[in-house]
Design a binder for this molecule. Structure first.
Ligand code: CA
Ligand code: CA
Length: 496
């Protein structure tokens, strides 16, 4: 009898859910996992998810119960979509400069962590640009200097085989401060200085405080600048853009409203269609150490920006992170609940590229702070700090968050030409579609299958073709997407 009643009441409820699907976009969370296990403060967490691989980086900072050997930069990864994580690896041992907290980029199996490298010279200590590198998706790491000059490591960005570093430096006689750009074409193995003498962008030289982003359309750099009109001690959000791979930069713009209110901690992310979103902490609606999270978005690769809007509670938000995939933008921050004692990790997300926002929520009910977020293939990955360790959780956006694409599409690969690896994107409008993606040479001979009768749900996909050195030779190749109702072929060029 009980079961019969349950059935009657459940049925209308379920059909109601089904018909209201367009408004029911939500995140379905998994359980919480602990990532680090020591008595040091494990802070400044970063998470980057690419498909089923999840990379987590953090800094062990000084704490009285912690030995010097336990301090440094740490890394852990999952290769099963965030279900299990490796034992933390200590990439750097010892106290590094307070700002040398590191910033992680991932491009295929190539990982680069930028940090401020302490260099002890005969007379003094200077900080140069240090890089931690992995060429096997985080299995093993090497440590190297990109620069042993007294250069401030600001931010790193990667897009396929290109890796960019924005840095600051000084010149004497007359004493001036500038920015410069380093570029690597080989996933961070070697770097060239490609721009010097760029306008200086502020005095906060900590790696990771400013953010560089590389998209198909260009390079984007956000930072804080001293208010050009009011008062030098009030900061606003500055934005620099390059459309020629970082060699030249357009005139800086100010994204936040120029007023008497601090705007700081900018974060930027974008998708491959030229949509960008910048989030920051603003003091327009009150707060002293904490503020309100504001965003602005662009749908034309940074040429113009929407009016700024608040997406958090007023006056108690800090420490932003942002992630952008397809049309979903998610922003996380720390909410101060009770004056400097209880914190919550919060987030808000948009499913239309940052125009409208769902409303903010607590990521976990427990006390937590410094959340970081990454989006990959419809999954959301977050991690946060809860004294004294790092915690992680993944979730799925409900299917209604991702409306199906209108039609099939096979996009041009990028970069193209390429020398190591390239990315191919495509749209699938139907569920349960059998997909093949095949590379042919110019004679029509099959080289490899990136998809081989793979069943895929509707959505927007990316697939990489990594060509090992000494493998196939330079030349023109073709890639063909084959589905039961759609086939298209495009050309790509391998240049070695
Ligand atoms: Ca402002
Ligand atoms: Ca710890």
């Amino acid at each position: 009898m009980f079961h019969f009643l349950a059935f009657i009441f459940l049925t209308p409820f379920l059909s109601f859910l089904a018909t209201s699907q367009t408004n029911s976009c939500r995140i379905l969370w998994d359980e919480v996992k602990q990532i680090s296990f020591d008595s040091c403060y494990s802070i400044v967490p970063q998470v980057v998810a690419i498909g089923d691989t999840v990379h987590i980086l953090w800094l062990n900072s000084y704490f009285v119960q912690c030995t010097d050997a336990e301090l440094g930069i740490f890394y852990s990864r999952s290769i099963d979509g965030g279900n299990t994580f490796s034992t933390p690896q200590q990439l750097i041992t010892g106290l590094i400069s307070s700002g040398g907290q590191g910033q992680l980029t991932v491009s295929g199996k190539y990982l680069n962590v930028l940090y401020s490298a302490r260099i002890d010279t005969l007379y003094t200590i200077i900080y140069g640009i240090g890089l931690l590198r992995s060429t096997d998706a985080g299995e093993t790491w090497e440590r190297k200097y990109v620069s042993t000059e007294h250069w401030a490591a600001y931010s790193i960005a990667a897009l396929d085989s290109f890796v960019y570093i924005m840095f600051g430096y000084s010149m004497s006689n007359p004493y001036r401060l500038y920015n410069g750009v380093l570029m690597s074409k080989d996933y961070g193995a070697t770097f060239d200085t490609i721009a010097l003498g760029l306008p200086f962008t502020d005095f906060d030289g900590r790696a990771g405080v400013k953010r560089l982003l590389a998209t198909k359309q260009g390079l984007h750099y956000v930072y804080t600048l001293n208010n050009p009109v009011r008062n030098v001690s009030i900061s606003e959000i500055g934005y620099l853009r390059s459309t020629d791979l970082g060699y030249t930069w357009l005139q800086p713009e100010t994204l936040s409203t120029i007023d008497y209110n601090h705007s700081q901690q900018p974060r930027i992310d974008g998708n491959s269609n030229g949509n960008l979103c910048v989030a920051w902490q603003d003091h327009k609606y009150g707060g002293e150490f904490y503020g309100t999270i504001f965003i602005t978005s662009s749908n034309n690769d940074g040429i113009s920006w929407s009016e700024e809007q608040a997406i958090s509670q007023y006056g108690t938000a800090s420490a932003t992170d942002i992630a952008f995939e397809n049309n979903i933008v998610a922003v996380t921050w720390t909410n101060e609940q009770i004056l400097d004692t209880i914190f919550q990790s919060r987030m808000n997300f948009s499913t239309d590229g940052g125009l409208t926002w769902n409303g903010y929520m607590d990521i976990v009910s427990d006390t937590s702070s410094y959340p970081s977020i990454s989006l990959s293939q419809g999954k959301v990955h977050v991690k946060w700090y809860k004294f004294p360790d790092i915690f992680y959780m993944k979730g799925n956006f409900s299917p209604s968050c991702y409306p199906p694409p209108e039609k099939y599409a096979l996009l041009q690969n990028y970069p193209n030409p390429f020398n190591n690896g390239t990315t191919i994107e495509y749209d699938v409008p139907n569920s349960n579609t059998t997909m093949s993606l095949i590379i042919y040479n110019i004679l029509g001979q099959e080289i490899t299958r990136l998809l081989d009768n793979t069943i895929q749900e509707y959505g927007h996909y990316q697939v990489r073709w990594d060509v090992p050195q000494g493998g196939i030779s330079s030349g023109v190749y073709f890639y063909r997407l084959i589905t039961p109702t759609f086939t298209e072929t495009r050309k790509l060029i391998l240049m070695r």
